[in-house]
Design a protein around this ligand. Sequence first.
Ligand SMILES: Nc1ncnc2c1ncn2[C@@H]1O[C@H](COP(=O)(O)OP(=O)(O)O)[C@@H](O)[C@H]1O
Ligand SMILES: [Mg+2]
Length: 275
Amino acid sequence: MSFRLFHKGSKAPGTTVPAVNLTETRGVGIRIQSLNKQFGSNHVLKELNLEIRAGETFSIIGPSGTGKSVLLKLIVRLDAPDSGQIYVDDRPLFDADGAVAHAEWFRCSMVFQSSALFNSLTVGENVGLWLRDKRICREEEIRRIVAQKLALVGLEGKEGLKSSELSGGMKKRVAIARSLAMNPDLILYDEPTAELDPVNADELANTIIALRRISKNTTVIVTHDLNFALYLSDRIAMIHDGRIVEVGTPAELKNSANPIVRNFIYTTTKGIKGS
Ligand SMILES: Nc1ncnc2c1ncn2[C@@H]1O[C@H](COP(=O)(O)OP(=O)(O)O)[C@@H](O)[C@H]1O
Ligand SMILES: [Mg+2]
Protein backbone atom coordinates (compact mmCIF):
# COMPACT_ATOMS: atom_id res chain seq x y z
CA MET A 1 0.00 0.00 0.00
CA SER A 2 1.33 3.40 -0.84
CA PHE A 3 -0.05 6.68 0.29
CA ARG A 4 0.60 10.13 -0.95
CA LEU A 5 0.43 12.85 1.61
CA PHE A 6 1.96 15.80 -0.09
CA HIS A 7 2.42 16.19 -3.78
CA LYS A 8 6.02 16.61 -4.74
CA GLY A 9 6.71 20.16 -5.81
CA SER A 10 3.41 21.56 -4.58
CA LYS A 11 3.68 24.55 -2.32
CA ALA A 12 1.78 24.93 0.89
CA PRO A 13 0.47 28.46 1.37
CA GLY A 14 1.78 30.12 4.50
CA THR A 15 4.48 27.52 4.96
CA THR A 16 6.81 28.68 7.71
CA VAL A 17 9.20 25.76 7.62
CA PRO A 18 11.19 24.36 4.72
CA ALA A 19 8.99 22.16 2.53
CA VAL A 20 8.79 18.75 4.13
CA ASN A 21 8.32 15.78 1.90
CA LEU A 22 5.57 13.87 3.61
CA THR A 23 5.25 11.30 0.86
CA GLU A 24 8.19 9.15 1.86
CA THR A 25 9.51 7.82 5.10
CA ARG A 26 12.83 6.15 5.45
CA GLY A 27 14.28 4.18 8.29
CA VAL A 28 17.14 5.73 10.20
CA GLY A 29 19.89 3.79 11.92
CA ILE A 30 20.70 4.61 15.55
CA ARG A 31 24.07 4.03 17.20
CA ILE A 32 24.38 4.73 20.91
CA GLN A 33 27.90 4.95 22.25
CA SER A 34 29.09 5.01 25.88
CA LEU A 35 25.99 6.85 27.06
CA ASN A 36 25.94 8.06 30.66
CA LYS A 37 23.11 9.72 32.50
CA GLN A 38 22.75 10.24 36.21
CA PHE A 39 20.42 12.12 38.51
CA GLY A 40 22.33 13.08 41.65
CA SER A 41 23.90 9.86 42.89
CA ASN A 42 21.52 7.73 40.83
CA HIS A 43 23.65 6.56 37.89
CA VAL A 44 20.87 5.41 35.55
CA LEU A 45 22.66 4.77 32.22
CA LYS A 46 26.22 3.46 32.47
CA GLU A 47 28.40 3.48 29.36
CA LEU A 48 25.39 2.14 27.45
CA ASN A 49 26.02 0.91 23.91
CA LEU A 50 23.35 -0.12 21.41
CA GLU A 51 22.77 -0.28 17.67
CA ILE A 52 19.36 -0.20 16.05
CA ARG A 53 19.22 -0.87 12.31
CA ALA A 54 17.39 1.28 9.83
CA GLY A 55 13.83 0.10 9.35
CA GLU A 56 13.66 -2.48 12.11
CA THR A 57 11.08 -2.86 14.86
CA PHE A 58 13.25 -2.90 17.93
CA SER A 59 12.14 -3.34 21.54
CA ILE A 60 14.03 -2.47 24.69
CA ILE A 61 12.82 -4.55 27.63
CA GLY A 62 13.63 -4.48 31.30
CA PRO A 63 12.01 -4.09 34.71
CA SER A 64 10.60 -0.76 35.90
CA GLY A 65 13.10 1.86 37.00
CA THR A 66 15.97 0.61 34.83
CA GLY A 67 16.22 3.72 32.64
CA LYS A 68 14.11 2.81 29.63
CA SER A 69 12.17 6.08 29.56
CA VAL A 70 15.34 8.05 30.28
CA LEU A 71 16.95 6.41 27.24
CA LEU A 72 13.98 7.26 25.00
CA LYS A 73 14.03 10.88 26.16
CA LEU A 74 17.69 11.12 25.17
CA ILE A 75 16.97 9.65 21.72
CA VAL A 76 14.20 12.21 21.10
CA ARG A 77 16.39 14.96 22.62
CA LEU A 78 14.06 15.90 25.45
CA ASP A 79 17.16 15.61 27.63
CA ALA A 80 20.92 15.47 27.07
CA PRO A 81 23.36 12.81 28.29
CA ASP A 82 26.15 13.53 30.78
CA SER A 83 28.55 11.94 28.32
CA GLY A 84 28.50 9.64 25.32
CA GLN A 85 26.81 10.13 22.00
CA ILE A 86 23.80 9.05 19.97
CA TYR A 87 24.29 8.91 16.22
CA VAL A 88 21.34 8.90 13.84
CA ASP A 89 22.47 7.81 10.39
CA ASP A 90 26.02 8.35 11.65
CA ARG A 91 25.40 11.99 12.57
CA PRO A 92 25.71 13.01 16.25
CA LEU A 93 22.62 14.27 18.09
CA PHE A 94 24.61 16.19 20.70
CA ASP A 95 27.31 18.83 20.30
CA ALA A 96 30.76 18.36 21.77
CA ASP A 97 29.70 20.28 24.89
CA GLY A 98 26.71 17.96 25.35
CA ALA A 99 24.10 20.41 24.09
CA VAL A 100 21.32 19.22 21.85
CA ALA A 101 22.28 19.61 18.20
CA HIS A 102 19.75 20.64 15.59
CA ALA A 103 18.68 17.53 13.77
CA GLU A 104 16.67 18.46 10.72
CA TRP A 105 17.84 15.49 8.72
CA PHE A 106 15.26 13.12 10.15
CA ARG A 107 11.77 13.29 11.61
CA CYS A 108 11.09 11.52 14.85
CA SER A 109 7.99 11.23 16.93
CA MET A 110 7.28 9.70 20.33
CA VAL A 111 4.09 8.09 21.60
CA PHE A 112 4.12 8.87 25.31
CA GLN A 113 3.04 6.39 27.96
CA SER A 114 0.27 8.74 29.09
CA SER A 115 -0.85 9.31 25.45
CA ALA A 116 -0.55 13.05 26.31
CA LEU A 117 -3.61 14.13 24.36
CA PHE A 118 -5.15 17.55 24.83
CA ASN A 119 -8.47 16.77 26.51
CA SER A 120 -10.08 20.01 25.41
CA LEU A 121 -9.44 19.20 21.74
CA THR A 122 -11.24 16.74 19.52
CA VAL A 123 -9.59 13.63 18.13
CA GLY A 124 -9.14 15.34 14.74
CA GLU A 125 -7.62 18.45 16.33
CA ASN A 126 -5.18 16.34 18.33
CA VAL A 127 -4.05 14.38 15.29
CA GLY A 128 -3.71 17.51 13.14
CA LEU A 129 -1.86 19.51 15.79
CA TRP A 130 1.64 19.24 14.37
CA LEU A 131 0.57 19.87 10.77
CA ARG A 132 -1.43 22.96 11.75
CA ASP A 133 1.31 24.23 14.05
CA LYS A 134 3.99 23.91 11.36
CA ARG A 135 1.64 25.07 8.61
CA ILE A 136 2.94 22.26 6.46
CA CYS A 137 -0.01 22.20 4.10
CA ARG A 138 -3.50 23.58 3.50
CA GLU A 139 -6.44 22.86 5.75
CA GLU A 140 -8.15 20.47 3.32
CA GLU A 141 -4.91 18.50 2.99
CA ILE A 142 -4.55 18.41 6.78
CA ARG A 143 -8.08 17.02 7.08
CA ARG A 144 -7.26 14.35 4.51
CA ILE A 145 -4.07 13.34 6.31
CA VAL A 146 -5.86 13.26 9.68
CA ALA A 147 -8.62 11.04 8.23
CA GLN A 148 -6.05 8.74 6.69
CA LYS A 149 -3.99 8.39 9.86
CA LEU A 150 -7.09 7.69 11.93
CA ALA A 151 -8.08 4.98 9.44
CA LEU A 152 -4.62 3.41 9.82
CA VAL A 153 -5.14 2.96 13.56
CA GLY A 154 -8.74 1.72 13.21
CA LEU A 155 -10.48 4.98 14.13
CA GLU A 156 -11.97 5.97 10.80
CA GLY A 157 -14.42 8.86 11.05
CA LYS A 158 -13.79 9.55 14.74
CA GLU A 159 -12.45 13.09 14.21
CA GLY A 160 -15.31 14.76 16.11
CA LEU A 161 -15.02 12.82 19.38
CA LYS A 162 -13.73 14.69 22.40
CA SER A 163 -10.48 13.19 23.67
CA SER A 164 -11.84 13.16 27.23
CA GLU A 165 -14.57 10.71 26.07
CA LEU A 166 -12.16 8.04 24.83
CA SER A 167 -11.20 4.73 26.40
CA GLY A 168 -7.53 4.07 27.21
CA GLY A 169 -7.12 1.93 24.09
CA MET A 170 -8.63 4.60 21.84
CA LYS A 171 -6.47 7.31 23.41
CA LYS A 172 -3.40 5.27 22.61
CA ARG A 173 -4.53 4.91 19.00
CA VAL A 174 -5.16 8.64 18.67
CA ALA A 175 -1.70 9.31 20.12
CA ILE A 176 -0.22 6.98 17.49
CA ALA A 177 -2.19 8.67 14.69
CA ARG A 178 -0.90 12.03 15.92
CA SER A 179 2.67 10.72 15.82
CA LEU A 180 2.12 9.36 12.31
CA ALA A 181 0.88 12.72 11.01
CA MET A 182 4.43 13.85 10.31
CA ASN A 183 5.36 10.54 8.67
CA PRO A 184 8.25 9.99 11.06
CA ASP A 185 11.44 8.26 9.98
CA LEU A 186 11.72 7.12 13.57
CA ILE A 187 8.75 6.42 15.84
CA LEU A 188 9.23 5.60 19.50
CA TYR A 189 6.68 4.09 21.88
CA ASP A 190 7.07 4.32 25.66
CA GLU A 191 5.26 1.44 27.38
CA PRO A 192 2.49 1.24 24.75
CA THR A 193 0.56 -1.47 26.62
CA ALA A 194 0.87 0.09 30.09
CA GLU A 195 -2.79 0.94 30.62
CA LEU A 196 -4.32 -1.62 28.26
CA ASP A 197 -6.08 -4.89 28.96
CA PRO A 198 -4.70 -7.99 27.15
CA VAL A 199 -7.20 -7.80 24.27
CA ASN A 200 -6.42 -4.15 23.60
CA ALA A 201 -2.69 -4.89 23.92
CA ASP A 202 -2.96 -7.65 21.29
CA GLU A 203 -4.87 -5.35 18.95
CA LEU A 204 -2.27 -2.65 19.43
CA ALA A 205 0.53 -5.09 18.61
CA ASN A 206 -1.24 -6.00 15.37
CA THR A 207 -1.73 -2.32 14.55
CA ILE A 208 1.99 -1.62 15.02
CA ILE A 209 2.85 -4.63 12.83
CA ALA A 210 0.42 -3.40 10.13
CA LEU A 211 1.89 0.12 10.28
CA ARG A 212 5.33 -1.30 9.86
CA ARG A 213 4.26 -3.02 6.62
CA ILE A 214 3.26 0.27 5.01
CA SER A 215 6.21 2.33 6.17
CA LYS A 216 9.95 2.00 6.03
CA ASN A 217 10.48 3.82 9.30
CA THR A 218 12.43 2.60 12.29
CA THR A 219 10.24 1.65 15.25
CA VAL A 220 11.61 1.62 18.80
CA ILE A 221 9.45 0.29 21.61
CA VAL A 222 10.31 0.46 25.29
CA THR A 223 8.32 -1.98 27.39
CA HIS A 224 8.31 -4.21 30.45
CA ASP A 225 5.76 -6.38 28.57
CA LEU A 226 7.89 -9.28 27.35
CA ASN A 227 5.16 -11.07 25.38
CA PHE A 228 4.33 -7.88 23.49
CA ALA A 229 8.01 -7.44 22.57
CA LEU A 230 8.43 -11.09 21.58
CA TYR A 231 5.33 -10.89 19.35
CA LEU A 232 6.18 -7.87 17.23
CA SER A 233 9.92 -7.21 17.33
CA ASP A 234 12.61 -7.94 14.78
CA ARG A 235 15.14 -7.70 17.59
CA ILE A 236 15.01 -7.06 21.31
CA ALA A 237 17.56 -5.64 23.76
CA MET A 238 17.41 -6.14 27.48
CA ILE A 239 18.51 -3.33 29.76
CA HIS A 240 19.77 -4.11 33.26
CA ASP A 241 21.61 -1.95 35.73
CA GLY A 242 22.18 0.84 33.21
CA ARG A 243 23.58 -1.38 30.46
CA ILE A 244 22.34 -3.50 27.58
CA VAL A 245 22.99 -7.07 28.65
CA GLU A 246 21.57 -8.93 25.64
CA VAL A 247 20.47 -8.19 22.07
CA GLY A 248 18.87 -10.69 19.73
CA THR A 249 15.83 -11.89 17.82
CA PRO A 250 12.82 -12.97 19.87
CA ALA A 251 13.90 -16.61 19.46
CA GLU A 252 17.45 -15.77 20.58
CA LEU A 253 16.13 -13.90 23.62
CA LYS A 254 13.91 -16.81 24.61
CA ASN A 255 16.89 -19.15 24.35
CA SER A 256 19.39 -16.84 26.00
CA ALA A 257 21.80 -18.42 28.45
CA ASN A 258 22.27 -15.08 30.21
CA PRO A 259 20.96 -15.59 33.77
CA ILE A 260 19.66 -12.00 33.94
CA VAL A 261 17.57 -12.54 30.79
CA ARG A 262 16.42 -15.97 31.93
CA ASN A 263 15.36 -14.58 35.28
CA PHE A 264 13.43 -11.73 33.64
CA ILE A 265 11.67 -14.15 31.31
CA TYR A 266 10.90 -16.51 34.16
CA THR A 267 9.49 -13.89 36.47
CA THR A 268 7.45 -12.08 33.81
CA THR A 269 5.99 -15.14 32.06
CA LYS A 270 6.04 -17.58 34.96
CA GLY A 271 8.37 -19.98 33.25
CA ILE A 272 8.12 -19.64 29.46
CA LYS A 273 10.62 -22.14 28.04
CA GLY A 274 12.97 -21.51 25.15
CA SER A 275 11.90 -23.24 21.96
N1 LIG B 1 14.03 13.76 35.72
C1 LIG B 1 14.49 12.89 36.62
N2 LIG B 1 15.02 13.31 37.79
C2 LIG B 1 15.50 12.45 38.69
N3 LIG B 1 15.47 11.11 38.55
C3 LIG B 1 14.94 10.63 37.41
C4 LIG B 1 14.42 11.48 36.39
N4 LIG B 1 13.97 10.71 35.38
C5 LIG B 1 14.20 9.44 35.76
N5 LIG B 1 14.78 9.38 36.96
C6 LIG B 1 15.19 8.15 37.66
O1 LIG B 1 15.87 7.34 36.72
C7 LIG B 1 15.58 5.96 36.95
C8 LIG B 1 15.06 5.34 35.69
O2 LIG B 1 13.79 5.91 35.38
P1 LIG B 1 12.96 5.50 34.09
O3 LIG B 1 13.80 5.67 32.87
O4 LIG B 1 11.69 6.28 34.14
O5 LIG B 1 12.69 3.95 34.32
P2 LIG B 1 11.84 2.94 33.42
O6 LIG B 1 12.78 1.87 33.01
O7 LIG B 1 10.78 2.40 34.33
O8 LIG B 1 11.28 3.70 32.29
C9 LIG B 1 14.60 5.92 38.12
O9 LIG B 1 15.34 5.66 39.29
C10 LIG B 1 14.02 7.32 38.14
O10 LIG B 1 13.62 7.67 39.43
MG1 LIG C 1 9.31 4.13 31.79
